[in-house]
Design a protein around this ligand. Structure first.
Ligand code: NAP
Length: 284
């Protein structure tokens, strides 16, 4: 049976490390501040924003929330981002996605200063990831890399299959695995013979968003299985993409949902915020 990769434990490790850095900065008279913009009342977004506040509180990071009404205009949102970009007391800026339909997500993400872009969604930061010369990484792929490193999981020369090609998970994940010398295959909804492709994976990373999508017959004996999915099953319970019960009998290591990738995503936002503060103060 697979060893369970404990995302909560790794997240606690990362948060403690970052907390020490925040304390060091505070001792030098530097406060660390994260601005979080929430437009509208999407229930999931409200929970995510509340969790971010909790994490900031835990680490001693000053969290400033801008809860804007659903009918906020593009001009109003861009004006706020411009003000935060110029505010020397703000180190990181995050605009919670998804935005209400009338707002242009791309334009909003491009408006955030790349130096304060703690989600790493700005095209400049995306380009840097491609080149392997980055300051910020998107939180979920970065969290997965931290987990692999924490558990000393060898990536060099391994076959890695990433299912999913979104800008926030699949693509950057594949790029990071490539930088860490894996041979990477990216799969998506048009991929043919998905089962066969997945069976070749030493490291299988699923970011699809469908419960029970990855079944045991898609997993090679002894593979490392990373489940990014966050779904609700028929009973309304939070679950990943992976049929955990059957796959854990074949994999050598596996992340659970909840308690796997999710806590790491949260921890890496704190990491990026501290990095932004260090950079802006010439300390990194
Ligand atoms: P997304 O933008 O919807 O992307 C899903 C990807 O899955 C797409 O590339 C899609 O292919 C692919 N796909 C869909 N059906 C497929 C199929 N039958 N075979 C192969 N590939 C298929 O989703 P996302 O934002 O990347 O998120 C993916 C999942 O991760 C969601 O459950 C999300 O909630 C979760 N998530 C979790 C965290 C965390 O912290 N744990 C963070 C972010 C996201 P096409 O491109 O061809 O459509």
């Amino acid at each position: 049976m697979a060893q369970i990769i404990d995302g909560k434990a790794v997240a606690a490790f990362v948060k403690n490390r970052e907390k020490d850095k925040v304390a060091d900065l505070n001792n030098q008279g530097i406060k660390v501040s994260l601005a979080v913009i929430l437009v509208g009342n999407d229930p999931a977004s409200c929970v995510y924003v509340a969790n971010k506040r909790k994490d900031c509180d835990e680490l001693g990071i000053n969290s400033i929330e801008y809860a804007l009404p659903e009918e906020t205009t593009m001009d109003e949102l861009l004006a706020l981002i411009d003000k935060l970009n110029k505010d020397k007391d703000i180190n990181g800026i995050l605009c919670q996605l998804p935005l209400p339909r009338h707002l242009d997500e791309t334009q909003v993400l491009e408006a955030i200063s790349p130096l304060k872009d703690v989600d790493a969604f700005h095209p400049e930061n995306v380009g840097r990831i491609m080149m392997g010369k980055y300051e910020f990484l998107p939180c979920t792929p970065a969290g997965i890399m931290e987990m692999l490193s924490y558990y000393n999981i060898e990536t060099s020369g391994k076959n890695c299959v990433v299912i999913g090609r979104s800008n926030i998970v699949g693509k950057p994940m594949a790029m990071l695995m490539l930088h860490s010398n894996s041979t990477v295959t990216i799969c998506h909804s048009r991929t043919k013979n998905l089962k066969e492709v997945c069976n070749g994976a030493d490291i299988l990373i699923s970011a699809v968003g469908k419960a029970d999508f990855v079944t045991a017959d898609m997993v090679k004996d002894g593979a490392v299985v990373i489940d990014v999915g966050m779904n609700r099953n028929g009973a309304g319970k939070l679950c990943g993409d992976v049929d955990f019960e059957s796959v854990k009998e074949k994999a050598s290591m596996i992340t659970p949902v909840p308690g796997g990738v999710g806590p790491m995503t949260r921890a890496m936002l704190m990491c990026n915020t501290v990095t932004a503060a260090l950079k802006q103060n010439g300390l990194k």
